[in-house]
Design a protein. Structure first.
Length: 342
């Protein structure tokens, strides 16, 4: 059975990024996935603070799917959906000779092609999430992902020299920063460094932040989980005598870990000079929120925050970056409110 290597290219947008020189910022996500950056045209996006990120995935394709892609690349009739009216069921692609090429919507393609589309979508979606969440973490920003439909995806048989359109109904994502981050040279280096991975506690916190307006109960539980996960992650990294606390059922409450255990851990380099003693106000907030979480879990009752849950979530975010900083990520200290310390 004949087969061919095909490069599929999927665009998504990160809005709210300040202008930046993107020279030599492309990199390989893994052996068959390339991340390519460019600025969006101001006329198209209406803004010059939008980056376009293309996920270029190379795969071997064979059989019926290969035959369909070859026909599309040659702008040939696919042999189905001819009886459909030219409407949303088709994408109209201008040919070089000026005649329109009617490409059916992907829902009219055979199941084998739909499976290929689904696999590509799942892979692209996971890469988009990994890249954008890493950017939010490195820049200390909160952001959101929104889905949208696009017909701008494409494929190439010659490693990107010439491109052909994919059928519509491929769904991709747009990411929007809620505060405009500036990407420094160090940020780009970290984005491309595969050894630097987004810590689990930030992924959990991002979910908590996203729930703050629609489900404050879940946001509280997840924020406390993020905080507990972060402290255990830190203790495990240090490999000290307090490590049993991360597995024992009798682990001390989270406020005691901040107040008594974290200051006793061994530190080197920049982390050694970072303050370790939180203010009484900060410790009290951790105590009160722990009580609220426990009451919620055991009684199903949500004790209200006097100013809503958002101030608590902002404190958690600061504490997470504090933990990152003393764990060895020096850049994280710039995202910490130093008024938390005595």
């Amino acid at each position: 059975m004949s087969r061919a290597k095909v490069k599929f290219s999927f665009p998504f947008y990160i809005q709210g990024i300040r202008d930046y020189d993107l020279t030599k910022k492309n990199f390989w996500f893994d052996s068959n996935v390339e991340i390519a950056w460019s600025h969006a045209h101001k006329e198209y996006q209406g803004s010059n603070d939008t980056l376009v990120c293309r996920i270029n995935i190379t795969k071997w394709v064979e059989g019926e799917n290969l035959n369909l892609l070859q026909k599309i690349s040659k702008e040939e009739d696919l042999g189905f959906a001819e009886d459909l009216q030219v409407s949303r069921a088709h994408s109209i692609v201008p040919k070089l000779d000026g005649e329109p090429y009617h490409l059916p919507n992907s829902q009219y393609f055979p199941q084998t092609f739909k499976s290929l589309k689904s696999d590509l979508y799942d892979e692209a979606k996971s890469i988009i999430a990994a890249v954008t969440e890493k950017i939010w973490w490195l820049t200390g920003r909160t952001g959101i992902l929104q889905t949208y439909q696009s017909i701008t995806s494409s494929f190439s048989f010659d490693d990107g020299q010439t491109w052909s359109p994919m059928p519509s109904s491929f769904i991709f994502c747009v990411a929007r920063a809620q505060q405009k981050p500036r990407l420094t040279d160090d940020t780009w280096t970290a984005i491309k460094d595969k050894s630097i991975e987004l810590p689990l506690h930030h992924s959990i916190f991002r979910e908590a932040w996203g729930l703050r307006t629609q489900n404050s109960r879940s946001a509280l539980i997840m924020s406390m989980t993020a905080l507990e996960t972060a402290t255990k992650w830190l203790i495990a990294q240090k490999g000290t005598a307090v490590e049993p606390y991360i597995v024992e059922a009798s682990a001390p409450p989270i406020f005691k870990i901040f107040d008594e255990i974290i200051p006793r851990l061994p530190y080197t380099g920049f982390a050694k000079d970072i303050p370790k003693k939180l203010t009484k106000k900060c410790i009290d907030e951790i105590k009160k929120s722990t009580l609220k979480r426990n009451v919620l879990i055991h009684r199903g009752e949500m004790l209200k925050f006097s100013k809503g849950i958002e101030p608590w979530l902002k404190l958690v975010k600061n504490l997470l970056y504090y933990i990152d900083a003393i764990a060895g990520y020096d850049w994280a200290w710039s995202h910490v409110d130093q008024e938390m310390f005595e």
